[in-house]
Design a protein around this ligand. Structure first.
Ligand code: SF4
Ligand code: SF4
Length: 432
């Protein structure tokens, strides 16, 4: 695609990167074929090609965002299905991130919109604040019928069960064996550690049982992606900077073989720290190192450890594997989670139309409920078609979203692997 940035505009490093992305696009429109918002709305501006044009126009013409542009940029799920389809290798992820920052810097949203986005931005990334919110919503939930639909739907996404166990903040979880084969840091996350603390517990247990020492740095919680995707650059960079400095210090002082993420949405952002901080003289090398060290837990297990399977069940479970968009499109992890489950002797079922988003997309199912519900309905229909015993996935957002639409239990892949290598059975599978 031809671009017409001026020399002066290209002195801005963000514009320079986006220009090289735009130049790769040949506007063939193949990406529209796999874009969920284009498929549902059938509008060119609701697809990747249309959004690319909108961003190009804003950046080249120093144009502030307006209500229409903001609507189309906001409605993108950041599922990155378009990147998998694009034959020209257009990095839509980096372009939409730039577009979102531009919208945030040049458009004043209506008051309620601003307020709601600010609430999400200040509560979700902080586990203690989110825990308080979870308590508060438990009290007001019985009165949700008095609230506008938008708010009562948001309440439904909050955890019904408040975690009774303490959030793990102990720094070192030693390996169980006499020798330690590796030492890794674990990102315990923000929302996930409140909604499903068992995911971190399973991760630590399984790694320790396989002679891996796990380090949890208590000051690290949010990876920064929530604010990053809301276009809140400064807030996101506070998380990025803190995480990079702390992990890098640990890497230099005590050594780290990997940084483990068990939420693929967060893992995608950690693996992008190197790019995001590329223009920061002080942090760019450290950020690059953190991205290189980052592995999804399934990727790490499949590539580094020989698992001690203890599946003595007579019954072979039919397990539907839901690949989160951030896993398959964001990190290009396809076979590793399925390889692990197959090692246990159970049957892995692929979900039909598995490349299409379930509608969770981080904050999306709160801010764009109509679209998120349509995508959820399609996802649940596709899962129910294959009649699995339960569903396995690697992203807390998908677990919450899909779990709200079906009675089929949904668990994290690491919970399945922990159980079938000697850990406790996940509580959601207690009737199996
Ligand atoms: S598929 Fe790629 S090259 Fe074609 S329009 Fe979409 S982004 Fe551009
Ligand atoms: S990231 Fe997903 S929703 Fe956004 S344009 Fe690409 S395919 Fe469409």
């Amino acid at each position: 695609m031809q671009t017409s940035f001026t020399k002066q505009q290209l002195e801005n490093k963000e514009n320079k990167s986006s220009e090289s992305i735009l130049r790769k696009c040949v506007h063939c429109g193949m990406c529209n074929a796999t874009c969920p918002t284009y498929a549902i709305n059938g509008d060119e501006l609701e697809g990747p090609r249309g959004r690319i044009y909108l961003i190009k126009d804003m950046l080249e013409n120093n144009k502030p965002a307006n209500q229409t542009i903001t609507k189309h940029i906001d409605s993108c799920l950041s599922c990155y299905g378009c990147m998998t389809t694009c034959p020209s290798g257009v990095n839509y992820m980096h372009l939409i991130d730039h577009g979102r920052n531009h919208v945030e810097e040049t458009y004043k949203r209506p008051l309620l919109d601003r307020l709601f986005r600010n609430i999400l931005s200040y509560t979700l990334p902080k586990p203690n604040v989110f825990l308080f919110l979870a308590f508060a919503t438990k009290i007001i939930r019985p009165f949700s019928f008095l609230m506008p639909e938008f708010l009562s739907n948001s309440l439904n996404l909050m955890p019904k069960k408040i975690p009774s166990k303490k959030i793990k903040t102990q720094k070192i979880y030693p390996s169980e064996g006499k020798k330690t084969v590796a030492r890794v840091a674990l990102l315990t996350g923000c929302v996930q550690r409140i909604i499903s603390p068992e995911i971190n517990e399973s991760t630590i247990r399984l790694l320790n049982r396989h002679d891996v020492e796990v380090v949890v740095l208590p000051k690290i919680d949010c990876c920064g992606s929530l604010n990053h995707h809301l276009g809140k650059r400064e807030l996101a960079h506070v998380s990025f900077t803190q995480n990079i400095e702390l992990w890098h210090e640990e890497y230099l002082k005590n050594g780290l073989d990997a940084i483990i993420s068990n939420t693929s949405g967060c893992g995608t952002t950690l693996k992008d720290y190197g790019f995001i901080l590329r223009n920061n003289k002080e942090l760019k090398k450290k950020a690059k190192k953190i991205s290189e060290l980052t592995k999804d837990i399934t990727e790490y297990l499949d590539e580094n450890l020989k698992l001690k399977i203890k599946n003595n069940n007579e019954k072979k479970y039919k397990i539907a594997y839901h690949s989160a968009c951030s896993m398959q499109h964001g990190q290009k992890i396809h076979d590793q989670p399925k390889n692990l489950i197959k090692q246990t002797g159970n049957i892995v079922l692929d979900v039909p139309e598995g490349h299409i988003c379930c509608g969770s997309a981080g904050r999306y199912n709160i801010l764009h409920q109509k679209m998120a519900k349509s995508l959820l309905k399609n996802k649940v229909e596709n899962i129910e078609k294959i009649s699995p015993d339960f569903i396995s996935t690697g992203n807390i957002g998908c677990m919450t979203q899909i779990g709200s639409g079906t009675k089929i239990p949904i668990v994290h892949t690491i919970e399945v692997m922990d159980w079938l290598t000697g850990g406790p059975k996940p509580y959601k599978l207690k009737n199996f």
